[in-house]
Ligand binder design. Structure first.
Ligand code: GLC
Length: 512
């Protein structure tokens, strides 16, 4: 598995990357158009959020046909062309696999509703609901008039959970995965994979008793340990996430434990200030305790932008973006970059609910309304945390719609696009994009220096990370702080180093 280490994976949210047809939605040809940009950045894989046929209630995470690319994004031929064009540039394609649930528009579910003898058991039916709650709010059970029973769905009511206990379901999924492997897909991101072993009657959702058995069977029947696979495991500890990474499981897993540090009592809608002591403890675990390949991730389509949540996305935006990639970029494992992160894109902070499209956000809005919160109280919560913050169209330049599309995009462009865009960033002398390139190149050329144990320390304002060859100092505050260090500088995010102090959000890496 070690040959799958030290990779850079760039996540594309296809709907918001680049529109070439003028319908306001990004598409596959738009991705092909930007492959040179990604090659220049130095990426090894592109992870594409789902592009298969879908009613788009959850932006493609509700699949109605696994073998067909949605017309919104193009055709199967376009997808195959993307694989070929990417491969020409030494970039592999990682596909997003949604195996926990389908869309209610999937033919399997439609047949299940008609009590078809084969497909009825593809889903989970009960006479009475129990207390399990959906991740998107409310009960996880929805009553079907047609069937006269409740079906289980951990997400939206249009996303019924598949019944993994049914061998036919598993075999059909393996066939589908092998179809895409034959087309040239060389990696998979497995959506909410730790939920497939659920046992709802026992109130078990994550990592059920048969989870590891299913994972092994899935692995052995499809990607084996040859392709790069990463599981999304929201409800897992670092220990649990590593447990599923081995030759019979996955290459690696996202555990998101660092993003969860600011959740108050596990509630992401109630964010608290980042505690650097906890962050150091967390890093210490992944870097020093486990021998697996860490999936280093700051951002994705489900998270508010880290720069907005943890640092300063306004007057110190560039410094903050560079601080984060210096710190995360010098950790060992595979580095995941989410579109726009490489130019310092920020939260969109839309302040009226009509601007939001995300099903989870809208459910939350309704839930808080019912609880009696005022409009401004609700919007203050949603503005900071909503998943739409990171889903706004990619900002390519300062022309109308940020060069994403020649028509009104499906989700509004972030208002700061005239200031924050690829064209402007690449042509500026303190470019974030060029800084990302430097870090990526350093990783490629010096992985032996990165792949070392690290010591993390903090006084709650400055975080230090020390490895055998270098030491990093990062100021997480907007004040200048005196420090006493002198040495050759490897990386810095201000033009010059000022001896004896760290300015707001300054990061410096010294050679030892
Ligand atoms: C994952 C996806 C998220 C989606 C959910 C249900 O968490 O990343 O976007 O809503 O699964 O498929």
């Amino acid at each position: 598995m070690r040959d799958l280490e030290n990779k850079v994976i760039y996540q594309i949210y296809p709907k918001s990357f680049k529109d070439t047809t003028g319908n306001g939605y990004g598409d596959i040809n738009g991705i092909i158009e930007k492959l040179d940009y990604l090659q220049d950045l130095g990426v090894d894989y592109i992870w594409l959020s789902p592009c298969c046929k879908s009613p788009q209630n959850d932006n493609g995470y509700d699949i109605s046909d696994y073998m067909k690319i949605d017309e919104l994004f193009g055709t199967n031929e376009d997808y195959e062309k993307l694989i070929k064009e990417a491969n020409k540039r030494n970039i592999k394609i990682m596909m997003d696999l949604v195996l926990n649930h389908t869309s209610s528009e999937h033919i399997w579910f439609k047949k299940a509703l008609q009590k078809d003898p084969k497909y009825y058991d593809y889903y989970i039916w009960r006479d009475k609901p129990n207390q399990i709650q959906s991740m998107f709010g409310g009960s996880a059970w929805t009553y079907s008039e047609e069937v006269g029973k409740y079906y289980f769905r951990l997400f939206d009511k249009t996303q019924p959970d598949l019944n993994w206990e049914n061998e036919n379901v598993r075999q059909d999924l393996y066939k589908m995965i092998n179809y895409w492997i034959d087309k040239g897909v060389e990696g998979f991101r497995l959506d909410v994979i730790d939920l497939i072993g659920k046992e709802p009657d026992k109130m078990i959702t994550g990592k059920g008793p048969k989870f590891y058995e299913y994972l092994k069977e899935l692995n052995n029947n499809t990607f084996k340990d040859k392709l790069l696979t990463v599981g999304e495991c929201w409800c897992s500890t670092i220990e649990e996430s590593y447990k599923m990474c081995n030759k019979d499981g996955l290459t690696q897993a996202f555990h998101f434990t660092h993003q969860c540090l600011t959740h108050t009592n596990g509630d992401k809608w109630n964010q608290s200030k980042l505690d650097l002591n906890k962050l150091c403890e967390n890093f210490d675990k992944w870097e020093n305790e486990y021998s697996g390949i860490e999936a280093i991730v700051m951002n994705n389509h489900d998270l508010p932008r880290m720069i907005s949540l943890w640092l300063n996305d306004n007057e110190y935006r560039k410094e903050s973006a560079k601080l984060l990639i210096t710190l995360f970029g010098l950790l060992k494992g595979n580095l995941y970059i989410y579109q726009g992160e490489e130019i310092g894109m920020t939260n969109a902070y839309f302040d009226t609910i009509d601007k939001y499209k995300d099903v989870e956000t809208i459910n939350k809005y309704n839930e808080l309304k019912e609880k009696g919160l005022s409009e401004s109280e609700i919007m203050n919560i949603i503005k900071l945390v909503s998943r739409d913050n990171a889903r706004t169209p990619m900002q390519w330049d300062d022309t109308e719609n940020a060069g994403f599309s020649n028509t009104k995009p499906w989700l509004s462009v972030n208002e700061n696009y005239k200031e924050v865009n690829v064209f402007k960033d690449i042509n500026s002398k303190d470019s974030i994009f060029n800084y990302y390139k430097k870090i990526i190149k350093y990783r490629k050329d010096n992985y032996d220096k990165i792949d070392k144990k690290a010591i993390f320390k903090t006084d709650s304002k400055i975080l230090t990370m020390e490895k055998d060859d270098f030491i990093l100092f990062a100021n997480f505050t907007n004040e200048s702080i005196n420090i006493n260090i002198e040495n050759t500088v490897l990386f810095k995010n201000y033009e010059n180093v000022e001896k004896g102090k760290l300015r707001p959000f300054e990061v410096i890496v010294f050679n030892k």
